[in-house]
Design a protein around this ligand. Structure first.
Ligand code: HMG
Ligand code: MG
Length: 299
């Protein structure tokens, strides 16, 4: 399959990146991160989550973050919503796009959202209905597509029906998440081959955590499968509170560098992106997780 000419990066740093942080991060720092990402040219930024603060305390201030950011026309600012309550809170905060999240493994579904896969899909139905009436677009996630922290290997045959159910209920795009980052390029190609028989490739996205250092190879494998939307996290921030040991998403800077080398357009300014990552890494008091940012900053 020819490589795409244009790729859309879904920047998940402010949400997937920060949700796992135990240290307090001020609303001002979160707002600054989103604004920096807007300035860098990201067209899609996942800003926060309207989930239970008992489950993910770090996302509790998401409405304030939405109130504080400078929204640029044409850029999508999205949030996670696990249930109707979360959806309503998101809409009240002015959110125009939400994401619902299901899993390919039963054990992860229970740990992450406290219900079975089929109950989670039922829980999303009223969200889809409310979203239609509010003109809100809904993106879908499937977690644990290449492995589960509790169940081990997950087959593509387990992923496909969940991805299809999300697409059929009205998610305009379904992002397949390698939550624990164990998948390889071969696994990734097989996954997209199988899932694409149920959901059109142009409606699928890749979401790779880099725990085993395979994420960039998995992005390339996905490009070869005709996938042109990838979730990534500035400075490689993050992890998942319900997937012990999972590291951050693939760093946005590293994906961008790969894409630039392939002559693929994204509309993103690498230098500004690196600056955004350097700043938030400083706030968190840790090394930048992007190899590209580290190399450029050492020059
Ligand atoms: P539950 O305990 O089963 O829900 O949690 P409940 O309905 O029984 O409610 C329990 C309490 O939470 C109640 O409060 C509710 O009011 C409150 P209490 O009466 O005890 O004071 N509550 C809420 N509060 C705020 N916002 C809400 C909300 N809903 C209920 N929306 C629930 C079920 C889904 C709420 C919970 O499990 C939850 O919030 N889970 C979120 C987990 C999460 O955010 N995980 C990380 C994101 S997923 C991810 O990172 C993977 C991804 O990146 C892809 C990949 O890498 O694979 C997307
Ligand atoms: Mg994730």
């Amino acid at each position: 399959m020819p490589l795409p000419k244009h790729v859309r990066l879904v920047e998940v740093g402010p949400r997937d990146g920060l949700q796992n942080e135990a240290q307090p991060i001020s609303i001002a720092d979160k707002v600054r991160l989103v604004d920096d990402l807007t300035e860098a040219g990201l067209a899609y930024i996942e800003v926060g989550s309207f989930v239970s603060p008992k489950w993910v305390p770090q996302m509790a201030g998401s409405a304030e973050v939405f109130a504080g950011i400078r929204q640029r026309p044409g850029v999508t600012y999205a949030a996670l919503a696990p249930n109707l309550r979360g959806f309503e809170d998101a809409v009240a905060a002015g959110v125009k796009e939400v994401a619902v999240f299901a899993a390919a493994s039963e054990a992860f579904s229970q740990r992450n959202i406290n219900c079975s896969i089929s109950d989670s899909l039922k829980r999303f139905e009223p969200i889809m209905e409310a979203a239609r009436s509010h003109g809100v677009r809904v993106r879908g996630y499937v977690s644990c597509v290449l492995g589960c922290p509790y169940e081990g290997k997950v087959s593509a045959a387990q992923v496909a029906p969940v991805a299809r159910a999300l697409h059929d209920m009205g998610c305009y795009e379904v992002s397949l998440g390698d939550t624990i980052g164990t998948g390889t390029a071969g696994d990734t190609r097989r996954l997209f081959e199988v899932v694409a028989a149920q959901v059109p490739r142009e409606r699928l996205a890749g979401h790779f955590h880099d725990t085993y250092g395979q994420a960039l190879a998995n992005v390339y494998a996905s490009l070869l499968e005709g996938i042109s939307v990838f979730d990534s996290s500035v400075a490689g921030l993050g992890g998942c509170p319900y997937a012990k040991g999972a590291t951050g998403n693939i760093a946005s800077e590293d994906v961008l560098y790969l894409l630039q080398g392939l002559g693929i357009e994204t509309g993103i300014d690498l230098d500004r992106l690196i600056a955004a990552g350097q700043r938030i890494s400083g706030v968190l008091g840790r090394d930048n997780g992007s190899r590209v940012a580290r190399a450029r900053s050492a020059q």
